[in-house]
Each structure stands twice: as structure tokens, then as C-alpha cells.
Design a protein around this ligand. Sequence first.
Ligand code: TRP
Length: 347
Amino acid sequence: MSDSQPVILTCAQPTGGLTIGNYLGAIKNWADMLESNNCFFGIVDQHAITVDYTPSELRQNTLSCVAQYIACGLDPEKSNIFVQSHVTGHTELAWVLSCITPLGELQRMTQFKDKTKHLNKEDESHSDDDSQSKVFINSGLLMYPVLMAADILLYNAHSVPVGADQKQHLELCRNLAQRFNHKYSDTFNVPEPYIAKQGQRIMSLQDPSRKMSKSDVNQNATLFLLDDPKIIRKKIMSAVTDSSSKIEVSEDKPGVTNLLNIYSSFNNESPEAIAEKYIGKGYGDLKSDLADLVVSKLSPVQERYQELMNDKKYLESVLKQGAENAQKLAFKTLRKVYKKAGFLNRF
Ligand code: TRP
């Protein structure tokens, strides 16, 4: 990485473990970008407190997330892995950006509406006196996309790998960059989303019409990177397949197609070529082979993860270096922004 290379930045919340969807659809691809880009990988703990959470778990999950990233192939020698709260500038820039963000735009965000739908109902059933102890819509949830825009613009990122569900947030970020540039003067690069192709999307094992998600309530729907081999096997063997038993890639066979896609992502053969090998065989054969494959591919990742978690000193040194590198860029941007905003120089 060097300062003259394009900046690629992406962030993840340290909530729960990574899924194989995160691994195959995202992290594995990022690992290929390290050579020719200046990559920043943020673990956004400040975003994570917009929902109900336990501080000790957040701390533990943040470190675990770093170890999972590295175990998946993000080489800290070739990229910058940092924790959001370690870098001064994210919330500072978010404040400045919030002052050019119309309230209505935030209230119309799909994710905000989704996340507050059930809270709204609970809100109505409690009087104001309850507000201390009960759930309410916190303003952080509304401000979330502005903080996300700050994460991106603080590093003047060119390209931002995100899931399709984050497209609207990225659109807001682009608007804010343009609005700032227009109101003050040219400052921010307008970042491009980098969205993985549909084919690379890994779907739920229990409902192949939905994306595999770490927050799925159905325990069998999601394969986690750190799942025990026994659990992996059990989840794959009980994956939902389709009515006819023919193994093929087809739109009306989303279950089998998903299994073939997972297979293909792990062994790099095309799903069609894999399907051909199963002519005359049944779903059970495919599932059993897939389970073997997934277990064998994940086992080195899991071993590396354990090693890293046993070496906290090393993880801390990665985060120290990551935060230092990130801070340099962050201060540079923040200084520029403060100056343009009319804040008096600090003497
Ligand atoms: N909102 C993103 C998610 O939930 C996480 C995120 C926060 C992010 N800041 C970001 C992603 C900046 C990319 C860039 O997935």
C-alpha cells in the first residue's frame, strides 16, 4: 500500500461472528485488493451502540472481529485494520455533515424505518415515565447513516465494498460529499459503491430466497466461520432443497443452486461443472461432499483464529499501527473540513 494508490474502505460492525457469506462474498475478495490499493478496514464499534448491547461483549467481539479478519486473509502488513473509536475524526466529521443533512432524508432511510418499526409500537404502549428503562428510538439510530458517511469521507475513499442493503446509505454519503463540495469548495472525493455480483451472494440454508444473515433467528440458516465441524455438517445436511431431486443450477431450484454456489465459491469450479459430477446422484451425496469441503476449507481459518486470539499482544500491535495510519489521514481531512467550515485555527 502507498499514499498514491486508490483508497478502498469498508467497515463492519463487531456484532456476532462472521458468516461464510461475509467470507465468500466479501472478505475473500478484499484480500485480492490489498496489493494495488490503500485499503482500510474499520471495525465500527461506535455504530454498534445504536442498538441494545452489552459493553463487555462489545469489547470481546471487537477483538474477535479483528482476529477473524486476519484469519480470513486480510494481511495487516498490507492494509490498515483499525477500530473506529480509536481514531479521532469519525464523530467530529459526522457532526459537521449532520448540519448539511435534511432530517427528512434520514427519516426516510429504509434501514431506519425497519429498525424502528417494532420500537414504535413499544413506544406507544409506555408512558414517558417509563422512558428511562424502556426501549425508545435513540437519535443515534437516526444519525447512523451520517456517521457512516463520515467513516468513508474521512479517508477520501474512492471505492466502498458494501452489501446491496447498504446501497441507500452510500447514496446518502455521495450526496453529502457533493453538498459539502458545493457549499464550501471541492474537498471530498465522491465514492463509488463496490457491490458484489448477485452470483456471489450466499443465501440462507433454510430459506434460499433470503440472504444468509448473522442475525437470522433460525439457527440452521447460517453457517458461521467459527462453527464447529459437527455443527457445519448438521446445518448443511438439513439445508432446504427443492422438490425434484435433480442436481442442477436453475432459478426454480434456489436451494440446490445455493448449495452449488457455496461449493463453487470454495473450490473455484463453476456451479454447472459441479452439478455435472452429480448426475445420477442424490441431494445427500452433494450435501455430504459439501460439508467435507466446507470443513476442510474453514479448518485452517479456524486454527489461525485461535492462534491470534491467544496472542493478544499481536492483535493489539495490529490495531495500534492501523489506528496510527488511519489517524494521519483522518486528521488531514478533519483539518481541511474545519478550516472550510470556518472554525478558528487551534493555536
Ligand atoms: N452500515 C454498515 C453495515 O451495517 C457498516 C458500516 C459502517 C460501513 N460504516 C461503514 C460500511 C463505512 C462501509 C463503509 O454493514
